[in-house]
Design a protein. Structure first.
Length: 403
């Protein structure tokens, strides 16, 4: 373990402007000097090395998900009572995920893939011949929520409202771990809206995911048939609507910014559209939209770098782990030919993101269309605006020009 003096010199505040703007120098210091970091200010622990983060993801018994995802939830040190499998431990998680897989997986909704292509093209077509626009506000923030909302069965006039609710829920003020009052209202409004929608679909089903979830069933450990309740379906809908409206938005903005900084990598894409899937993986590794996942230790956890006491809120720092030179050669170089699969970017273990395939599909299609329409694009990084959000990193505004 590193000397205590070094550890004490590292300051990690996930609600600071430095973190929101660029946490990677802090991550390097954490990995090198405080791989098991304890925040005196917030009273959480943080893991930053790839091996430790990976091990924690795979150890769902000692690193519980049932106390929440974000710092404000974890600091309550109380098991949450929600119908979201991302905040469940085994065996409840496994049974619920198995049922949801019947309605939401690449296999079960593969027929909806043309929806992604059509939606991406329609939002880009709406930009017409404009030579300047905001890549995020005018495109990347708009189409992902349209896709996931359509897949869920949300009526078209309500789809962008989903995004506004999610943005408010995730927003954090600098120096404050707690959700804002506006975010709390948005959270309740989103949950209420989707619960009402589930009840409507139960009365008037369609062929979309919410209706499919209402129909699935499984045999439980007692041999009885179990179906998802309205709360179960609504909880999953909140989860997938939130993830589906944020991840791709941030990935596209982060990717465009990286290509601006590393034009030789964009030239590789221009030379071969087949390089785009690898580029998406490298964007996910180099600057993942989800910067950390929250866990809660159920017992003392002894790692090579030290010990996390039982009952501790713990952050698994994805953004630090995916730049760990102990796991990746030339980890701080953006290289779309690397060939690495960004496993940690979508969680890992039992909580691997169900919609990872959809995020990859949307991102691939978006960059294919940008390549085809605007091969010589530029983004103005000096005028870009980054988000202040709980565990999400990226841009809310990124000026884009096509000549």
């Amino acid at each position: 373990m590193e000397p205590a003096a070094h550890a004490e010199a590292v300051e990690f505040d996930p609600f600071s402007d430095d973190f929101f703007d660029d946490p990677y120098e802090t991550y390097r210091a954490l990995r090198d000097h405080a791989p098991i970091y304890h925040s005196e200010k917030y009273d959480f622990y943080a893991l930053s090395r790839h091996a430790d983060v990976l091990a924690a993801h795979l150890d769902s018994g000692r690193f519980s998900s049932a106390y929440g995802l974000t710092v404000d939830m974890l600091l309550q040190k109380t098991r949450v009572n929600v119908n979201m499998m991302i905040m469940m431990d085994q065996p409840e998680h496994t049974q619920l995920r198995r049922m949801i897989n019947q309605a939401f997986s690449r296999r079960t909704v593969e027929g909806l893939e043309p929806l992604v292509v059509g939606t991406v093209k329609s939002f880009l077509d709406a930009l017409g011949q404009r030579s300047e626009f905001d890549l995020v506000a005018d495109f990347a923030a708009l189409f992902p929520v349209e896709v996931i909302s359509a897949m869920l069965g949300v009526p078209e006039p309500d789809r962008q409202q989903i995004r506004h609710w999610v943005d408010a829920m995730l927003y954090r003020e600098a120096g404050n771990a707690q959700i804002t009052s506006e975010g709390m209202v948005a959270s309740l409004e989103l949950a209420t809206y989707l619960l009402d929608l589930v009840k409507q679909k139960r009365r008037r089903p369609d062929d979309r995911i919410i209706s499919r979830l209402i129909e699935v069933s499984a045999i439980d450990t007692e041999g009885a048939e179990r179906r998802l309740s309205d709360d179960d379906v609504a909880g999953f809908s909140v989860l997938i609507a939130g993830a589906g409206s944020e991840t791709v938005t941030k990935l596209i903005g982060n990717g465009a910014a990286l290509f601006e900084k590393c034009p030789a990598q964009w030239e590789l894409v221009l030379d071969d559209a087949g390089a785009i899937p690898g580029a998406v993986e490298e964007i996910l590794r180099f600057n993942p939209p989800s910067q950390y996942q929250g866990r809660f230790t159920t017992e003392d956890v002894h790692l090579e770098s030290g010990t996390i006491p039982a009952g501790s809120p713990t952050l698994l720092l994805t953004g630090a782990a995916t730049r760990d030179p102990r796991a990746f050669a030339h980890a701080d170089e953006f290289d779309i030919t690397r060939g690495a699969h960004a496993a940690l970017a979508f969680g890992h273990g039992i909580h691997t993101c169900l919609g990872a395939w959809l995020a990859r599909l949307e991102s691939r299609v978006a960059f294919e269309e940008i390549r085809r329409r605007w091969p010589d694009f530029h983004v103005d990084l000096d005028r870009g605006v980054r988000v202040n959000m709980a565990n999400v990193a990226g841009y809310s505004s990124l000026p884009f020009s096509t000549q």
